[in-house]
Design a binder for this molecule. Structure first.
Ligand code: NAD
Length: 542
């Protein structure tokens, strides 16, 4: 359809702004924060060209100030989920035929809008909705999202370039068709970038999408929809539906046109959805693609040769930034006896220096956890550790939900390597440490491998190359993203494609061509220039 082999702009990572006192970006984001915080946003359902206000609403409140209402969003009924599917299928007629360079231009424009006029908005919305510090908002809602959009455009063009050979007299061509039907994107609360990328990556490849965001992220999801609209994503290509996740999901999965799930969230929910897809499999027109990135119980293991200060920094940043609510956050740590006291001394010092409070006060390193359910769960595990004989809280352990859902960054020291908080994903600012005898290094690697059902991220700290080699081999299957002498968080699009295996997901690596390939169904076209006119092959000759 095109009239040229177009080259897309070379993707580069969006530089992270510093937000130092007196900087223009700090002033802009604080101004926007105040405007949002003191205003009231009304978020409709976005279905086709319509903004639907059902009248049944849910308040939106910042986790760090849960009695303060910043707006409300409208809840869908079953008929709205059905309407979203119909709107997808209508939009598909034109969108699936849209030349790829036009789709690329729309999403590149979205990236530029986020880098410029929408930067303060998407960051301020993420600070309010998900209680991120400005740095955490900037690396997620601005930079990672911009990177997803730019790099995915580049990967899309690489995919289209991938073509088969052709022998003499014929021409083989592959078309990377969007899936026949629609894609269902279900997104988590913890990354604005993921919330936008799950619908956008499928749409970029020519698909139409029903997008159900997390209840706790709707405030920033609204800004994403504003960006998509201004960038030129046509009506009906991405339909935003909020409300009861079970009802919406069951309605969507009942459609024969359901052709793909792009999910990020917890393991249990993903497995339940997979089961439902399996039950409905006879109803679908095509086998649905199932992509899910799920939970983690991410580890740091230090070798006796490790630098104690570096290990401590890996723990404090890896476990506590964004209150440990990253799927990649370090939550179980294995320290050798010879350096454990020194490492934990540094960690204690770091944690004691953290300030906790609202993200509006930019001197705070720690803010609130996402909602009351999460707060109560974390408080329960902290109380249990206080009571259990085989666990000690060596720093933190306090919590208070009177104004916001604040949990003190907490380090639990356990004598039991299979202690409950060494195995279970808590998704909060709680890390558990087990100290092993230096001579048990090799056995401890086995312990790391066998302790958790997850396999998302993990890190080894060592200055001994033999130990690094041994750990890399022994831990081959327990992390999809494995770090050497670095914290296990902070994957950058275009540099560290992200995803894990085992109970952590299908490992389709967000921010890579591998992920985009899940949203296309290749059609091979073979053309013969001069067709044979006799069925007889030479071997049939007399
Ligand atoms: P969650 O599973 O509670 O929710 C995720 C989404 O699923 C939300 O939109 C929610 O409304 C929806 N949902 C919940 N119950 C559902 C049901 N029964 N049927 C259909 N949909 C349902 O997860 P969360 O609290 O938003 O996010 C945290 C989880 O996400 C953690 O487990 C974390 O490890 C994981 N996560 C993983 C990655 C990754 O790349 N592996 C990235 C981010 C988050």
């Amino acid at each position: 359809m095109g009239k040229g082999f177009f080259q897309v702009p070379v993707a580069v990572n969006e530089p992270v702004k510093g937000y130092a006192p007196g900087s223009p970006e700090r002033e802009a984001v604080l101004k926007q924060y105040k405007a949002y915080f003191n205003g009231s946003v009304d978020v409709p359902l976005y279905i086709g060209s319509e903004e639907i206000r059902t009248g049944t609403t849910q308040n939106m409140t910042p986790p760090h100030d849960h009695q303060h209402v910043v707006g409300q969003y409208h809840l869908a009924e079953k008929k709205h989920a059905e309407q979203a599917i119909a709107s997808c299928l209508e939009a598909r007629k034109a969108w699936s035929q849209m030349p790829w360079e036009q789709r690329a231009a729309i999403f590149l424009r979205a990236a530029e809008l986020l880098a410029g006029p929408y930067r303060a908005k998407i960051n301020a919305a993420t600070m309010i909705a998900q209680s991120k510090t400005i740095h955490q908002a900037e690396i997620d809602a601005a930079c990672e999202l911009i990177d997803f959009l730019r790099f995915n455009v580049e990967y899309m063009s690489q995919i289209y370039t991938e073509q088969p050979d052709s022998s003499e007299g014929i021409w083989n061509r592959v078309e990377y068709r969007p899936l026949e039907g629609f894609v269902y994107a279900i997104t988590p609360f913890n990354f604005t970038a993921i919330a936008a990328n799950l619908p956008a990556s499928a749409a970029m490849m020519g698909n139409v999408v029903v997008w159900k965001p997390s209840d706790s992220q709707v405030f920033s999801a609204k800004v994403i929809m504003d960006v998509f609209k201004e960038a030129g994503v046509p009506d009906g290509v991405i339909n935003l539906v909020c409300g009861d996740p079970v009802m919406i999901t069951e309605t969507v999965l009942a459609s024969p046109d359901f052709s793909g799930l792009h999910f990020t969230g917890s393991t249990f929910v993903f497995k339940e959805i997979w089961k439902k897809i399996g039950k409905n499999i006879h109803n679908y027109k095509t086998y649905p693609r199932i992509v899910g990135e799920t939970g983690g119980k991410d580890f740091i293991i230090a070798h006796p040769s490790a630098n104690s200060k570096q290990v401590a920094t890996g723990i404090t940043r890896g476990a506590f930034e964004f209150q440990g609510q990253k799927c990649s956050a370090a939550s179980r740590v294995y320290l050798p006896e010879s350096i454990a006291d020194e490492v934990l001394g540094y960690v204690r010092e770091d944690v004691k220096s953290f300030k906790m409070g609202s993200p509006e006060d930019m001197s705070n390193f720690i803010t609130a956890v996402i909602h009351e359910g999460s707060f109560d769960k974390l408080a329960k595990y902290i109380d249990q550790a206080k009571a259990d004989a085989d666990a000690d809280i060596i720093v933190g352990g306090g919590y208070d939900k009177s104004k916001g859902y604040f949990i003190e960054p907490t380090v639990i020291l356990t004598k039991d390597p299979k202690y409950t908080t060494m195995c279970t994903e808590l998704f909060g600012p709680v890390v558990t440490v087990y100290v092993y005898k230096d001579k048990d290094w090799a056995d401890t690697l086995k312990l790391v491998d066998g302790t958790s059902e997850y396999a998302l991220t993990g890190a080894v700290f060592s200055t001994d190359r033999y130990a690094v080699t041994e750990a890399t081999k022994a831990l081959e299957n327990c992390a999809g993203n494995f770090y050497v002498n670095d914290k296990p968080t902070g994957a950058v699009v275009g540099q560290q494609p992200f995803g894990g295996a085992r109970a952590s997901g299908t490992n389709d690596k967000a921010g890579s061509a591998q992920n985009l390939l899940r949203w296309v169904s290749p059609r091979l076209i073979k053309e013969t220039f001069v067709s044979p006119e006799d069925y007889r092959y030479p071997f049939l000759g007399e």
